[in-house]
Design a protein. Structure first.
Length: 330
């Protein structure tokens, strides 16, 4: 601001140098009739060559200039990221930037998984582009947390990871220009996919040394594999005995089992991000040998009982004396 403040006090609290080395100079080829103004690392000054110049305050290099219609004899005023200056061409000029045009954010549904997604936006056309800033929130209408600063104007998407399944997130892409002005995209909402659903397992064809397990096909869109676990202890997941990568393969024959033994089985459904769901554990008891099966033992006992009864009856019949002979009467 000309002469430091609105009161034109000409007073500054900054420390002036105590020596006179020239750090830089910039030649225009014309004389200056007004003081320069320094703001935000830039020097603004008008020359009698009709020009308004913006120089880098550290190096003195030209950032931009503009030629008015006649002499520029007044000092500029700087406010809210804009430079104001009058010219002898009977005009007042305002230089600066308006807020950049907001970009449009979007998410391709194909990229939405349980723990990640790809956020995209339209490319900025602002000549004073500074960066994109991406915000994430779990509440609608709340800007949320800044998760990325992207200074490459051609980068118009990013992978977002570390999300939770079945959760709605809200994203905003803010575009900044070099004047510190910004515009926000319309906030978009995205709900991450649900974790896998557990399958239901049932046994069949149980023999002394083998059995079959069958389950319904998973409906998981990001299916990776089934894992089948076997345990000898109820409630314990046990040992992985088979990995199946085909969604439509929904049965397994388990061999080399011990007869008359109870086993516990679990089928785990796993998706491509490593999330999983376990079936309810089922218990299956293999068959006993024929001679140890209850029905066979019962049959043996029944046969033995019948034999004993027959023997006893025969023995009783043998011990019973014959009736005395009958004699006729005369």
């Amino acid at each position: 601001m000309f002469r430091y403040d609105p009161q034109r006090s000409g007073h500054s609290t900054t420390t002036a140098p105590i020596t006179n080395p020239i750090l830089w100079s910039y030649e225009i080829g014309s004389f200056i009739d007004a003081s320069p103004v320094v703001a935000d690392g830039k020097v603004y000054v008008g020359f009698c060559d009709r020009g308004v110049y913006c120089l880098d305050s550290s190096s003195g290099s030209l950032i931009w200039n503009y030629m008015t219609g006649w002499l520029v004899l007044s000092s500029p005023a700087v406010a809210n990221g804009r430079v104001y200056i009058g010219s002898y061409d009977e005009s007042v000029y305002c230089f600066g930037s308006i807020p950049p045009v907001a970009v449009t954010a979007s998410v391709n549904d194909v990229t939405v998984m349980k723990k990640s997604l790809n956020l995209a936006w339209t490319r900025s056309t602002d000549p004073q582009f500074a960066k994109y800033e991406v915000f994430r929130s779990v509440s609608s209408g709340v800007l949320g947390t800044s998760i990325a600063d992207i200074t490459n104007i051609t980068t118009t998407n990013m992978d977002i990871t570390g999300l939770s399944p079945s959760t709605t997130y809200y994203f905003t892409v803010r575009i900044w220009n070099t004047f510190g002005l910004y515009s926000d995209s319309t906030q978009i909402s995205v709900t991450t996919a649900a974790p896998p659903t557990a399958v239901t397992v049932s046994p069949s064809a149980v023999t002394k040394n083998s059995l079959s397990l069958t389950w319904g096909a998973s409906s998981e869109s990001f299916f990776a594999r089934y894992e089948v676990y076997q345990s000898a202890i109820q409630g314990n997941l046990g040992t992985l005995i088979e990995t199946i990568t085909s969604k439509t393969t929904t049965s397994l024959t388990v061999d080399n089992l011990s007869q008359g033994t109870t086993y516990y089985f679990t089928v785990r459904t796993i998706d491509s991000e490593g999330l999983y769901a376990d079936s309810t554990q089922i218990a299956v008891t293999t068959a006993l040998p024929l001679w140890l099966q209850p029905w066979f033992l019962g049959l043996i006992v029944a046969v033995i009982a019948i034999v004993i009864i027959v023997v006893v009856l025969l023995m009783r019949k043998k011990k019973t004396p014959p009736p005395p002979p009958t004699t006729g009467t005369t």
